[in-house]
Design a protein around this ligand. Structure first.
Ligand code: ZN
Length: 405
């Protein structure tokens, strides 16, 4: 299934299936075909999210939704999203092959538009499914086509008007298999893990430092307002803040992901009077993001006082909420893993996932990370099918061993 879906790509290197593109729709159609072949009942909501339902023994029992997404970043990898959809289908296929009826309804879910590189909206598809996508967000423009999310939905045969008033399914259980996208499991030699929380972020996407342009040979050291030096001060200060907060036991990452001091106005023989940058801070605890932000402002005030002529302008702040996943669902996965002699570690997710949207909407959500290597969001992204199979087997055990949920 993963190989079939990956025949659909706008071109290499790697795989490119933009959100709400014909390619993403074609990938969804492939899953629909597989689901129907397994005897599942397929429906789609107004935003084009796909639900394939296998009836459980007890219609009153809380359904288990299992799934992920099929869009990719530009020149992305073979498994980010695809592995989760394949895992969900494998679970349904195993139950069918054994002639087993799950205790509760099992719903394979394939979301649309998870990768926020196309539209500047987090989890557009799953939040639409959950009735949480606003009319304003439907007007967000895709970075390449400059056309709105609503227009792209319409192009693919869906109904943005109905999305704005969509009544979501009642909160149930949600499980997402996904590659780790980091080196932890690969380095530790562990096949899979249980995710207990998804980090949220606090971002300044277009911050700048303002100083004074000057001649590199003529301007004396005193009196310069050099934005490169002031920015370096801030980078080193925030690296210390990060180390201090880690030492205090905080969960935090601090990244200056883009630095712009190479405009047409910048040159070798000039003191830089302007500099642009991005700052991305992530944590599983929103209060720690507030604390890091407070310390950032203290450092900025200190640098501005020490360097006359320097002014920082952070610009607009954007945030995504940290999502605590369900301890009960983590235990549910752990029970099935124990049945095959595994004790997967519990860990945080640094990247955002659809499971965060479900958790925020009050669903009992959990993720199962699959070991991967050579990074993610890149053509080299590696994964062993055997690792995914072990994780699916554990959840299969959990499901079949649970009796009445
Ligand atoms: Zn993903």
């Amino acid at each position: 299934m993963i190989e079939r879906v990956n025949t659909l790509s706008a071109g290499g290197p790697g795989w490119t299936r933009p959100s709400y593109s014909d390619l993403e729709s074609a990938a969804h159609a492939m899953i629909e075909e597989e689901a129907i072949a397994l005897g599942l009942t397929v429906t789609r909501d107004a935003a084009g999210n796909l639900f394939a339902r296998m009836r459980g023994a007890d219609p009153q029992a809380e359904p288990l939704y299992v799934g992920s997404h099929l869009d990719t970043v530009a020149e992305g990898g073979a498994y980010d999203g695809q592995a989760g959809v394949a895992g969900a289908l494998a679970l349904a296929a195993a139950l069918r092959a054994e002639g087993r009826v799950p205790p509760a309804d099992l719903v394979v879910v394939v979301t649309r538009a998870e990768e926020s590189v196309w539209f500047p909206v987090s989890y557009a598809g799953s939040r639409a499914a959950l009735g949480l996508l606003s009319r304003e967000e439907l007007q967000a423009r895709r970075v390449d086509t400059q056309r709105s999310l609503a227009d792209h939905m319409r192009d693919q045969g869906y109904d943005p008007e109905a999305v704005a008033t969509l009544v979501p399914p009642p909160p149930a259980r949600f499980l997402e298999f996904h590659i780790e996208q980091g080196p932890v499991l690969h380095m530790a030699g562990e096949a899979y893990a249980i995710v207990t929380a998804i980090r949220g972020g606090l971002r300044y996407r277009s911050a700048r430092v303002n100083g004074v342009w000057a001649h590199s040979g003529a301007a004396p050291r005193e009196g310069r307002a050099d934005t490169v030096v002031a920015f370096s001060d801030l980078v080193m200060a925030m690296d210390r803040v990060w180390a201090d907060m880690l030492a205090e036991g905080a969960d935090l990452t601090v990244t200056f992901g883009r630095v712009d001091a190479a405009s047409a106005a910048h040159a070798m023989a000039k003191v830089a009077g302007k500099l642009g940058f991005c700052l991305d801070m992530r944590s599983s605890d929103a209060r720690l993001l507030d604390e890091a932000d407070r310390r950032l402002r203290v450092e900025i005030a200190r640098i501005e006082a020490a360097r006359p002529g320097i002014r920082f302008d952070l610009g607009q702040q954007s945030r995504s909420k940290p999502a605590a996943l369900s301890p009960a669902m983590a235990d549910f996965v752990a029970r099935g893993a124990a049945m095959r002699g595994d004790s997967p570690r519990r860990m945080l997710s640094g990247g955002g996932h659809d499971a965060a949207a479900f958790a925020t909407a009050g669903w009992k959500s959990v993720m199962v990370f699959i070991r991967n290597w050579d990074g993610s969001h890149c053509p080299e992204e590696g994964m062993d099918f055997e690792d995914l199979a072990l994780a699916v087997e554990s959840v299969h055990n959990s499901l079949c061993g649970e009796g009445s949920p």
